[in-house]
Design a protein around this ligand. Sequence first.
Ligand code: SF4
Length: 283
Amino acid sequence: MGVRVALSSGFCEGVRRAFALAEKALLEGNPVFFLGELIHNRDAMAMLCAKGARVVSCVEDIPCGAVAITRSHGIPKDLAENLSARGVRVVDATCPKVKRVQVLAKQLEGEGYKIVILGERSHPEIQALLSYLHGEVTVVSEKSEWQRILQKGSSPVAVLAQTTFPGAIFREFADWAQDNALSWVHLVPTLCGETEARQRELEKHIAENPEDIVVVVGGKHSANTRSLFVLAQRKGSLVFWVENVEELKSLQFPSNRSFFVVSGTSTPDSIVAEVAAYLRQRV
Ligand code: SF4
């Protein structure tokens, strides 16, 4: 019996960077504001707010001279410009992987490609990306849509994906484009492997240790945390989803079982460590 923590757990690279930038701005003594939650995790937000950060819902609530930290998804160009025009210092915490998609899309558009994005139009990352492009841009998320748009054509099309677009659907698109020999379609790999890596590690662990109890740690409104929970459920594991160690303390577990701890990409490493330490006392 024991407790194992997934190798890929705690903050992902992009969230870690956003958190560190916010901490740095706070340490410098600035009034720090977030337009909406910087990180989809109540504990992470509580840590930053305890140091003085404030969450607001509109630009007008951020005073001149303050610092606004952008989310790792990025923010639309006009919003950043609006903040700067109001005398707010914008700290760009856009994840480098998200930034890369913005840069590539802009570059390809400049080279004459029509841009197609695999993603969700309403997602903040896509909203920010669209704001940097000027030409005709289409966002598609399923086969019927890309078939309708790309089946016929001759002018060059560049297809990029939202960094967190499901890998399985991305691969379905790649296979379809290859099978149909769409020579005018240039597919650019822009997925972030982070969420898929966590799912693969969990899947492998369950296959090798089907009796282990899975503890998923992360915000209840975090989509990638939910995917881990649903995956463990689908694989037949006994699985618990907690936001922090306090929530864990109220739960009852069967005795004589080992635990596997996984987390979403916006869960602080310290919360994962607390959960693991508590479980180690119990086994
Ligand atoms: S999941 Fe990937 S793309 Fe998104 S913030 Fe984390 S590292 Fe960046």
